[in-house]
Design a protein around this ligand. Structure first.
Ligand code: C2E
Ligand code: MG
Ligand code: MG
Ligand code: MG
Length: 281
């Protein structure tokens, strides 16, 4: 198409391309320094129990405060970090930080809650992964039952035999495991039965219209029934409205998270929210 648009357009096109590639390379280069420069931080989204509305967990979500470009989404830099391997040190930093923060809340006397940490395929594939997790648990002193690791279907369906071994080791350590974005990947119900999963996370795409779209409503109800049939918990993400909340509560969903309940919060704001809930006026 560039060619048929004439010479000037063609030059313009290549310049644009170079700029984009250059930008990506410089962002990738910046990512190498982001950790040492303290530009990465975690925000935490509260997760509630539908039975009584209490906060029973929080999901750690990474953010990058770039000195020149401002806040960068994990959707932009996590794939980059997976490509160049930086996800390994970043992933360890996320795990350590999340465990430390969660332990800090417990030490302050707040009712203990889980912290959920997202994993990427490359981390699970790393031969030292289980030992790393064990080392972080030992170093921080967090009771492993208050740590949850989130994996996605696409991550676990690749090398099923190896992944089963890894997930079993984590499960034996007492860590909780959840299957994130459930329903969007190549879900294999046969494999699902073999994984020691504690929780299914209904993907937010089924939640956004669960109050108005019959198909989404049925998918959400079916995932809830599937989880309960397998004797595991089910959590919904992307609860943005009262209607979503009511639908899920009425349909027996165990837990939920979403902007309607709370946006992801800075650690100090999460801490204040928990304290406020403990001492209602
Ligand atoms: P995810 O694990 O499925 O996280 C849910 C995403 O939905 C988060 O986006 C969250 O901020 C957003 N969200 C929460 N409630 C609502 C809602 O009510 N409505 C809408 N529209 N969105 C909502 P975020 O923080 O941008 O993270 C995007 C993805 O990046 C995550 O999806 C996860 O796959 C990945 N990610 C985030 N942090 C980490 C990390 O520390 N390590 C790894 N490997 N991946 C991470
Ligand atoms: Mg997640
Ligand atoms: Mg378990
Ligand atoms: Mg998700």
């Amino acid at each position: 198409r560039a060619k048929s648009n004439g010479r000037n357009n063609f030059q313009f096109y290549t310049k644009e391309m170079n700029a984009t590639t250059g930008e990506r390379l410089s962002l990738e280069n910046d990512l190498w320094h982001a950790m040492t420069n303290n530009e990465l931080f975690l925000v935490y989204q509260p997760q509630i129990d539908f039975r009584d509305g209490s906060v029973i967990g929080m999901e750690a979500l990474i953010r990058w405060q770039h000195p020149k470009r401002g806040l960068i989404s994990p959707m932009e830099f996590i794939p980059m970090a997976e490509c160049n391997g930086l996800i390994i040190p970043i992933g360890i930093w996320v795990l350590e930080t999340a465990c430390k923060h969660n332990l800090q809340l417990q030490k302050e006397g707040l009712p203990p809650i889980r912290v959920a940490v997202n994993l990427s395929a490359r981390q699970i594939g790393d031969k030292d992964f289980v030992d790393t997790v064990r080392a972080v648990i030992e170093a921080t002193g967090l009771d492993p039952s208050y740590l949850e690791l989130e994996v996605t279907e696409s991550m676990v369906m690749h090398n099923v035999e190896e992944v089963v071994v890894i997930l079993n080791s984590l499960n034996e350590m007492g860590i909780q495991l959840s299957l994130d974005d459930f329903g969007t990947g190549f879900s294999s119900l046969a494999y699902l039965k073999r994984f020691p999963i504690d929780r299914l996370k209904i993907d937010q795409s089924f939640i956004f219209n669960c109050d108005s779209d019959q198909g989404d409503a049925i998918i959400a109800q079916t995932i809830i029934a599937l989880a309960h049939g397998l004797k595991i918990k089910v959590i919904a993400e992307g609860i943005e409205k009262q209607e979503h909340f009511s639908f899920l509560k009425e349909n027996g969903c165990d837990e939920g998270q979403g902007y309607f309940i709370s946006r992801p919060l800075a650690f100090k704001d999460l801490r204040e929210l928990l304290i406020a809930r403990l001492n209602p006026h």
